[in-house]
Design a protein. Structure first.
Length: 444
């Protein structure tokens, strides 16, 4: 088979109509073609009804790149009877805004609505955003803004209060795989080229795209352009070619299969065994395999409480901070943030006392009679409840010198149960000493 490269003459097999980027050629023109955002565009959902009825009001589309914000605006442009103006915050200033606003005002006087789409509206400064406000207020324009940033911080409060915010989500891998399959069969994609790709390869492309349709289609296009051309003219995408396009050899593993669970188990048990070298390796192996770093971060948060707990209470803060750092930084910088948390958790003193306490309490709840809350720790907001002894005998800890009372807080049948048994590891040793004294004093 002959190896095809990006430098080959594409006109021989794509034709002139294929010169535009794949993502542009496949941009949906109707709601029926649109992939993803079912929570907004499913049958009977509000945004879908507004578009279908041409009853659009000012709104903000907020979501990560490549999830369909501009495409939705394009679909609205194709359906609305209003004048539709596409405006970019990157290339426009106050002068351009005023020109468009004057045009919209003239159209309003003639009974014509104007829908103004502003891409990357968060790039406008306060003065530029303020220029829209009077025209939105009197109905000269219907503003549709698109932003990847939190509009609560990036859009003026006065303007934001006059817009409905629609949150667009990153596309699921199922959404992306469906989109990629459509690209391989559509006449606007590679429908006439007899491209051969495995389901595993399509899932790998969807994985590396991280919810971004544009990235998925660009990666697919690169893979096909680097495919091997057979004697019959068909194009076969090989795993080796895929690795070059996505730069992640192990991405071709099934994230929903056994390997996925083996790797997260390896990471968890390496940290539990205080082995930072192994833990960093397994963490990086998952990232290179296309695993969502936020999934790993969530597992670290669980680990911080389950396996470290009160032995080092700071562990939970470190894990949560790693999750937030991954969210803020994005790829590829998030690996070091995760590595810091992984090493910290690996080297932290270990205690599963919190986990054991939860499991024992859970077992009692499921296997024993569920007794009512003791009356002494019930609130008594009404006179009737006071008459029924709700709150009677309650002892307010702050009224006592040591901030302690011997009031019973568990149901009578569980009065002697001890769920939390601190270890002697790390900071939990001090917790154990204090709790032992408290329990001994209460038993006197």
């Amino acid at each position: 088979m002959e190896q095809m490269t990006l430098f080959d003459d594409r006109e021989q097999w794509l034709g002139e109509r294929m010169s535009a980027p794949l993502a542009s050629r496949l941009r949906p023109k109707t709601l029926e073609e649109f992939v993803g955002q079912e929570h907004l565009l499913g049958k009977g959902k509000m945004l879908r009804q507004l578009i279908e009825r041409d009853q659009i009001s000012s709104m903000i589309f907020w979501g990560p790149p490549g999830v369909g914000k501009t495409t939705l605006a394009s679909i609205i442009a194709g359906r609305t009877k209003a004048d539709f103006i596409n405006f970019s915050a990157v290339t426009s200033g106050i002068r351009e805004i005023k020109e468009v606003m004057n045009q919209a005002e003239n159209s309003r006087k003639m009974g014509i609505r104007t829908v103004l789409f502003v891409d990357e509206i968060h790039r406008f400064n306060k003065a530029q955003q303020d220029a829209f406000l009077p025209f939105v207020e009197k109905g000269s324009i219907i503003l549709i803004g698109a932003t990847t940033e939190n509009p609560s911080f990036e859009v003026n409060a006065a303007l934001l209060s006059r817009c409905k915010v629609f949150v667009l989500k990153a596309l699921s891998e199922q959404n992306l795989v469906a989109l990629l399959k459509h690209a391989l069969t559509s006449p606007d994609g590679f429908g006439g080229q007899r491209v051969q790709m495995t389901e595993k390869q399509l899932c790998a492309v969807a994985a590396v795209a991280n919810g971004d349709a544009r990235t998925a289609l660009n990666t697919l296009e690169m893979a096909v352009l680097n495919g091997e051309i057979g004697s019959d003219g068909s194009i076969t995408v090989t795993d080796e070619g895929m690795e070059q396009c996505i730069s992640r050899k192990s991405l071709l593993y099934d994230k929903n299969g056994e390997e996925h669970y083996n790797l997260i188990s390896a990471l968890h048990k390496s940290m539990r065994n205080s082995d930072p070298d192994a833990a960093v390796y397994w963490m990086q192996r998952m990232l290179e395999g296309g695993e969502n770093p936020l999934y790993i971060a969530r597992r670290l948060i669980r680990f911080a409480s389950e396996d470290v707990g009160m032995a080092d209470s700071q562990a939970l803060s470190v894990a949560v901070a790693a999750y937030q750092a991954c969210h803020f930084n994005g790829m590829p910088e998030w690996d070091v943030n995760l590595a810091q948390a992984v090493v910290y958790l690996s080297m932290a003193p270990k205690s599963n006392a919190l986990y054991a306490a939860c499991e024992e309490a859970k077992h009692d709840i499921r296997t024993r009679r569920t007794d009512p809350v003791p009356l002494q720790i019930c609130n008594a907001p009404t006179e009737l409840m006071k008459e029924l002894d709700y709150g009677k005998g309650y002892e307010y800890a702050h009224d006592y010198e040591n901030k302690l009372t011997k009031m019973q807080c568990l149901p009578e049948a569980l009065a002697d149960r001890e769920y939390y048994r601190p270890t002697t590891q790390g900071q939990e040793a001090a917790v154990r000493e204090k709790l032992d004294k408290i329990r001994a004093w209460k038993k006197e």
